[in-house]
Write a protein that binds this ligand. Structure first.
Ligand code: IMP
Length: 433
């Protein structure tokens, strides 16, 4: 490896969990570097389904160090529940380490997220309402509560009081909500502190030690590049940076520690929440793909919007992340389509054409995909394990993607199980990974 970043190359839900889980097998450590429990990973192992929100995907591999980095925002209630659930199902979580510098989602962040969306009305972003945005906002305002604060009652109470004060105005309708009582909030969070204490660590140092010893560290992104707060479809984005560059900041390593960057993209696109999706389809094809692909959110259960593969956006994500490899997931979902469409440029107002991802919000909101039609295939792909097992049309589809984006395809998903993959390009990438 040694420093490999895996990021989502679209609008999240690309199947990063499975890809990370496969790569984690060879990694000494897996580090999550941004986001929080707005993410949801479904991993299927030996017929058992695990839905993870905060835990790094490597947690299912005994002996892998699993780090929640400083860039993650942690809801300690959700994290402790997830830990409990994994323990109940016999998973050893002894390798978990939590950055002392990671910020905590507090009850007022959840209320602010709800209230903010309600206030926006029709203009709502469609957040997961998990308090992610308000937590990152407090981090930037230097009013955040960090994991290390859980270990000192006096500091914790003082910091919560300071953070709570400015919220009281905007949360006036909730003034009597018991969740906002300073004393009980402090007590609740101290209990979390006791539960988490043994896992709290200086996680940057742990990553340095492994990297300096030539060991492999996998940096696991959440959401996707087009939900990036700087480079995505702002304001319809998340509040962190799900791009590869953020792995350094959110894990505490330098750019020189990153050697490979994998982008994960579905063979089509999906998006939850509001915001531009230039290749969106909303006829019966949308229902068909949604059903075939199980396109309902892991975190919120919401039906995902679906569309044809957007190569303009994917090429943008490839450049933004300097991707060294692509993993294309859910190719099997396209089986049975007479033809498959790929978007190679956008058309905007006044017939303007764009072959690059427009930076301007108004342009992007009016952009519609223009397509190349490629032949479809009818075969079920579930049993394909090498590229030569794939029907010619499916192979051609992959070649088209790779050539257009300028990035080799390393892995192809052909079903939900962890063995339902093709390591593409021979075993070159498998060996490198
Ligand atoms: P937030 O991250 O909850 O603030 O939501 C902001 C936007 O990001 C919304 O459109 C969410 O639907 C989207 N989002 C956040 N997390 C995920 C994810 O893991 N997958 C897909 N979309 C996400």
């Amino acid at each position: 490896m040694p420093g490999l970043v895996v990021i989502g190359a679209q609008w999240g839900d690309e199947g990063k969990g499975k890809v990370t889980d496969l790569l984690a097998e060879r990694a000494d450590a897996v580090v999550r570097f941004q986001g929080g429990n707005n993410a949801g990973h479904t991993i299927i192992r030996d017929g058992e389904t695990f839905k993870l929100h905060l835990m790094p995907s490597g947690i299912l591999h005994r002996g892998t160090l699993c780090v929640i980095g400083n860039g993650v925002v942690i809801d300690p209630g959700v994290l402790t529940e997830e830990m409990e659930e994994l323990r109940r199902r016999g998973v050893d979580i002894g390798g978990l380490r939590i950055s002392a510098n990671a910020h905590l989602i507090m009850p007022y962040h959840l209320l602010l997220d709800h209230a903010g969306e309600a206030k926006l009305g029709k203009l709502e972003i469609g957040t997961t309402r998990r308090g992610i945005g308000p937590c990152y906002a407090d981090k930037a305002a230097r009013l955040g509560i960090r994991v290390q604060d859980l270990l000192d009652e006096k500091i914790l109470k003082k910091k919560i009081a300071a953070a709570l004060y400015p919220k009281q105005l905007s949360l006036r309708p909730f003034a009597k909500d018991p969740r906002l009582d300073l004393q009980s909030m402090t007590e609740e969070y101290l209990v979390y502190g006791h539960r988490l204490e043994q896992y709290i660590a200086d996680t940057s140092k742990l990553a340095w030690e492994l990297l300096d010893a030539g060991r492999s560290v996998l940096f696991e992104g959440a959401q996707g590049a087009l939900l990036d707060i700087d480079h995505g479809t702002y304001p319809f984005v998340t509040s962190s940076n799900p791009v590869a560059g953020a792995a350094c900041v959110g894990a505490g390593v330098g750019p020189g520690d990153i050697h490979d960057i994998w982008g994960v993209a579905k063979a089509y696109v999906t998006r939850v929440g509001a915001g531009p999706l230039p290749t969106e389809v909303d006829d019966e094809l949308a229902d068909e793909l949604r059903t075939a692909g199980g396109e309902f959110g892991t975190t919120t259960g919401r039906a995902r919007r679906v569309g044809w593969l957007d190569l303009v956006a994917l090429r943008y994500a490839a450049r933004l992340n300097t991707m060294t490899a692509l993993a294309i997931t859910k190719l099997d979902v396209l089986s049975g389509q007479d033809k498959v469409l790929v978007c190679t440029r956008y058309r905007g107002t006044d017939d303007a054409e764009f072959d690059h991802f427009p930076y301007h919000q108004s342009v992007l909101h009016h952009a519609r995909g223009e397509y190349e039609e490629l032949p479809g295939w009818t075969e079920d792909l579930g049993d394909c394990r090498t590229e030569s097992d794939l029907p010619t049309a499916a192979r051609e589809y992959l070649t088209y993607i790779s050539e257009f984006v300028g990035v080799p395809i390393a892995l192809v998903g052909v079903g939900p199980g962890r063995d339902e993959v093709i390591w593409a390009g021979g075993d070159v990438h498998r060996a490198a990974a």
